[in-house]
Each structure stands twice: as C-alpha cells, then as structure tokens.
Design a protein around this ligand. Structure first.
Ligand code: F6R
Length: 361
C-alpha cells in the first residue's frame, strides 16, 4: 500500500535509507567495521564482466569505477542485449556478474547462462532471491530493497549500487589493496549513507522550485564525471521514462565534443557535482554552458565554491564521502524526475509503453 504517499515511486524513493542499510548489512559488518570477504574468492579472479539492462546497467557502471579503483580489478560492463549476440571474448579467470532487480530480464539471464556455459564463475546481484538468475548463478549476491512496484526503478537501483560498492571494498581487502585503516574508513562511509540519503530526501522543496522550468523543456542534459557520469545517464533515463521529456546523460568532459551544440536558453543542464577530485573540472564545464546562455541547475554541497556565470542555480546536497556520492546523489536525481512527472500529470507508476519486467527480448 502507498500509505501517506501519492505514488509507489514516491514511497519507494523514501524507503531508501532502510533498503540501503539492509543491503549494506549483507556485505559489511557494522560492529567490526569490516567487509565480508568470504562470498567469493576475489584473489582467484582477474577480471569482472558485468551484464545488465537499463537502470541495472548504470548501477553496474558505478560498480565498475569502484572495483577498478579500490580492488585494482579490471571490470567491463555491458548491456546484456549486446553482450549475448556479439561473441564476446572472455578469459577463464573472469567473474561474470549479472545485475538485475527482477532476476528475470531475458537478455541478462541469457548472458549469464552463456557465461556459465563458457566455464566462468558467475554471480548475480538480484533483488528477487527466488528468480531465475539467482538459481543460475553460482553465487547469489542479494539486494534487500523489498518488492518494487513502481515501474521506474529507484530503491532497487540504490540497493544494487550499495551492494556493488560494498563488494568492491571486500574485493580490495581480499586482494591486499586496502589496509585495515582504509577498510574501516570506507565501511564507515558506506554505513553513513542511509543517514545522508535521509538528509537528501529533505531536498524536495528546493527541487520542486525548479521543476516548473524543467517540465517546460523539450530536452534536458545531465552531466557528471566519475561515478556521477553513469548516475547522469540514470537521471536522464528516469526523466525520459516518467515525464516523457527527452534527456541525455553525458560525461561532463565530453560536452565540447558535440553536445554543447544543443545548448540554448531552452535546454536546461543538470549537473551532479559532489566535492570530489574532479569538482573543478565539472565546474569549468558548467561555466561553458552558462556562457552560452544555457540554464544550469548545479547539485552540489553548500560548501562548494560559487561559480561565476549568470543562470547557474544551485541545489544543496548533503556533503559526503566520495565513495557514497552515487547513493546520496541518486535521491535528487530521482526526485527531479518524480516531481517533473507529477507537474506534467503523467502516470508515474505505470509509464506508457513500459513493463516492470522484460522477460521477452
Ligand atoms: C528503469 C528500469 C529498467 C530496468 C531494466 C532491467 O527504471 O526499471 O531500465 O532497470 O528493465 O530490469 P531488471 O533490473 O529487472 O533486470
């Protein structure tokens, strides 16, 4: 039941402090401040191949940044519908990981079965623990988002991201890349995310103040760097799905290689700009957008420096450890899409042409 909420999507967005907490507890020990390293032999693999579709594909891309940075594990992420038909080259020490809310998505399941037939070790990050993927994979890596009713995925996405980030820490520890002090720091940061997600949920008012303009747009650009790049693509997907506004997510550094030609007074740019080591780079991209008359909505912590340039509106996000920024910034991204759709009066929980589970290709 929706209870006090207008839509399941709104309810599920607000459940994220709990669903992320619950998922993290599967992979991390809050009492000892350590990661559980025994779910798989991370020292026995030399590559990860993630396969997924849609929102789960973006979660996988966020996971990739963490596996490579924290565990030194080469990681590829591919859309399952491409992976399964292109005869990919895989090496025997590759771990194949399917990421899926339903565990039934036809292309992801077929990719997983194919990897298993190649003799690869397999794991499935799934929310439905009795699903086909859960049964096929050698290792089940559950997410604990609970049932997701809204067709547009929200809490399943952050649960996938939480699981992958925690697993990347575990992989880094198991592979000797993360010492005890760093492990304690990263585990603590992850366990701070439910509180910071709850804080991000209070951004509703400042987000509602910009959706009037957003709802009028025909095209919206989402920009980010690092793990904020896949989150930018997820933001664009959410907006497309439920408000039917054309949106694209781009790596901020790609702007000048094409998409800057789209910028005009009618095309808003939403920037995901946590205070990380690439903040200054993103900031200068935003100034380029503003200089061309494009309205900019910059989501960044309050303590981030002010940018020069007319037309840059700021929405304050909670300040957080860079590792958990994709979890915290997922909230404003989801709320932007949600309130824009409400403003447009679309069917938020049942967007046109979409099904919750895509079991045919
Ligand atoms: C977007 C969305 C879809 C799914 C995709 C994969 O909001 O929900 O893009 O993420 O269809 O579904 P699962 O995760 O069930 O494999």
């Amino acid at each position: 039941e929706k209870g006090e909420y207008r839509h399941f999507m709104e309810k599920e967005i607000h459940e994220q402090p709990d669903s992320v907490q619950h998922t993290l507890s599967e992979y991390l020990d809050l009492v000892t401040g350590t990661a559980k390293t025994n779910t798989i032999d991370f020292a026995a693999i030399d590559r990860i191949q993630i396969v997924a579709c849609g929102t789960a594909f973006y979660a996988g891309q966020i996971g990739r940044y963490a596996f490579e940075k924290l565990a030194g594990l080469p990681c590829d992420v591919e859309i399952a519908s491409e992976f399964r038909y292109r005869s990919p080259a895989v090496t025997q020490k590759t771990l194949a990981v399917a990421v899926s809310q339903s565990g039934e998505t036809a292309d992801t399941l077929a990719s997983l079965i194919w990897c298993k037939a190649q003799g690869l070790n397999t794991a499935a990050v799934v929310n439905v623990h009795s699903s086909s993927m859960a049964r096929v994979a050698a290792v089940l890596w559950p997410t604990h988002a609970g049932p997701e009713i809204g067709v547009a995925s929200t809490k399943a996405f952050t649960a996938q991201v939480a699981a992958l980030l925690a697993l990347a820490v575990a992989a880094g520890v198991a592979r000797g890349r993360i010492d005890a002090a760093r492990e304690a720091e990263l585990v603590k940061a992850l366990f701070e995310s439910p509180r910071l997600i709850a804080e991000a949920l209070t951004m509703g008012d400042s987000i509602r103040a910009v959706v009037q303009d957003l709802a009028k747009a025909d095209d919206v650009l989402f920009l980010g760097r690092g793990a904020m790049f896949p989150l930018a693509m997820e933001g664009a997907l959410k907006l497309k799905e439920i408000s039917y506004i054309h949106a694209e997510g781009y790596a901020a550094g790609e702007l000048k290689h094409g998409p800057i030609a789209l910028i005009d007074e009618e095309t808003p740019t939403i920037a995901l700009a946590p205070l990380d080591d690439v903040f200054e780079k993103t900031a200068s991209n935003l100034q380029e957008v503003a200089a061309r008359g494009g309205p900019v909505i910059m989501i960044a912590p309050e303590k981030a420096p002010d940018l020069h340039g007319a037309g840059i509106r700021r929405i304050h996000a909670p300040d957080c450890h860079p590792l958990i920024a994709p979890l915290v910034y997922a909230v404003p991204v989801q709320l932007l899409a949600y309130y824009t759709a409400v403003q447009k009066g679309t069917d938020v929980d049942q967007p046109r042409n979409l099904a919750k589970s895509v079991t045919v290709e």
